[in-house]
Design a protein around this ligand. Structure first.
Ligand SMILES: NC(=O)c1ccc[n+]([C@@H]2O[C@H](COP(=O)([O-])OP(=O)(O)OC[C@H]3O[C@@H](n4cnc5c(N)ncnc54)[C@H](OP(=O)(O)O)[C@@H]3O)[C@@H](O)[C@H]2O)c1
Length: 312
């Protein structure tokens, strides 16, 4: 017997397609998968009418504008990003509240400024940095779920607008922040390729690649995030903000060294600073998402090995 109706929006995106397969595998769910052709979530009237008619129990919103650099330099693109990332989540939150559905919305580490506070060991008075309490103390550096967001680029601002719209208009919602998503290339034409796919192609073409050895954060394997999303809903976790990434914070450079080692690619990897790679949008220097609410997920290296095996 089917118990729950789940609606997946952005179902042809990198994450959306994995959500569809995770929920479809479970016969307790009746899955409706909508992408841009079936619904334009920036059109509030359409959102109200179509979702009221479907009456889902759970709405998963994996649709987003992800062209970080394009929306930094182009006003029209920024307007698109504000509509899709900033306003549309509020429309979904309103309708979810009206029909009593749970809303899951995804956000990003780019809501943070890249300068995390360095924690002190418990009991330290903060008047020194070398007292006995510091011995063997390894602080976890990054941003917890309650850290104050302060985006440093326009994309991050639009995603923060979306979080705030969900919080303002919603009731039963989960905001799940993730970083550096990777997985099977999305089915949708406009979707972004994951970093590992770009670097695999670059490794096959070049003798040397130059990679930014900064911007520390965690990778998130789309199938792992999809499973974790289902687990959060089914275990009836309290509504609110969650950080879901694979463990193993690293820079882009560290990850490419690991990728080429695993894929047996001999291309030389040169470490460069972000200033050698000017891009329109500034990236946070460190944006590791610290998860204090859930069991940690496996290390990204284990997930990456699985990914490479599956694309062979
Ligand atoms: N990718 C990352 O590295 C990353 C990092 C941090 C957070 N996130 C967040 O993770 C979530 C999933 O990202 P993703 O990379 O899986 O996205 P994605 O692959 O770009 O997929 C987004 C999907 O949404 C669809 N879409 C676009 N505009 C729409 C509209 N107006 N109405 C309905 N659907 C629309 C897209 O269709 P078209 O292709 O036809 O436009 C696409 O299929 C997003 O919230 C994103 O911000 C991603």
């Amino acid at each position: 017997m089917v118990n729950k109706k789940v609606l997946i929006i952005g179902s042809k995106g990198m994450l959306g397609q994995e959500l569809v397969s995770v929920f479809k595998r479970d016969k307790d769910y009746k899955v409706t998968a909508w992408d841009r052709k079936e619904i334009d979530i920036t059109d509030q009237k359409q959102v109200q009418e179509k979702i009221t008619k479907l009456a889902p129990d759970v709405i998963l919103n994996a649709a987003a504008y992800n062209a970080v650099d394009l929306c930094e330099k182009d006003k029209k693109e920024f307007a698109k990003a504000k509509n899709l990332n900033g306003k549309a989540p509020g429309y979904l939150a309103k309708i979810a509240k009206k029909i009593g559905a749970i809303l899951v919305h995804y956000s990003t580490d780019y809501v943070f400024n890249g300068l995390p506070e360095i924690p002190e060991p418990q009991g330290c008075t903060h008047s020194c940095s070398s007292c006995g309490l510091h011995q063997d103390f390894v602080p976890q550096i990054g941003f917890g779920e309650n850290a104050v967001p302060e985006p440093v680029q326009k994309y991050g601002r639009t995603k923060l607008m979306g979080e705030e719209a969900v919080q303002k208009n919603g009731e039963k919602y989960y905001i799940i922040r993730l970083s550096k998503l990777f997985g099977k290339p999305a089915k949708s034409a406009g979707a972004k390729k994951s970093f590992f796919d770009v670097m695999l192609a670059a490794g096959k073409k070049n003798k040397e690649v130059r990679v930014v050895d900064e911007e520390t954060s965690c990778f998130t394997y789309a199938p792992d995030l999809a499973k974790k999303t289902k687990e959060i809903i089914e275990s009836k976790k309290p509504f609110g903000i969650y950080h879901v990434t694979n463990s193993g914070a690293c820079t882009w450079y560290d990850a490419v060294v690991e990728l080429y080692r695993m894929a047996k690619i001999k291309t030389k990897v040169a470490s460069v600073s972000a200033s050698e790679f000017p891009r329109p949008a500034v990236r946070p220097y460190v944006s590791t998402l610290i998860n204090t609410k859930l069991n940690p997920m496996r290390n990204y290296k284990v997930a990456l090995r699985e990914y490479l095996k599956n694309i062979k």
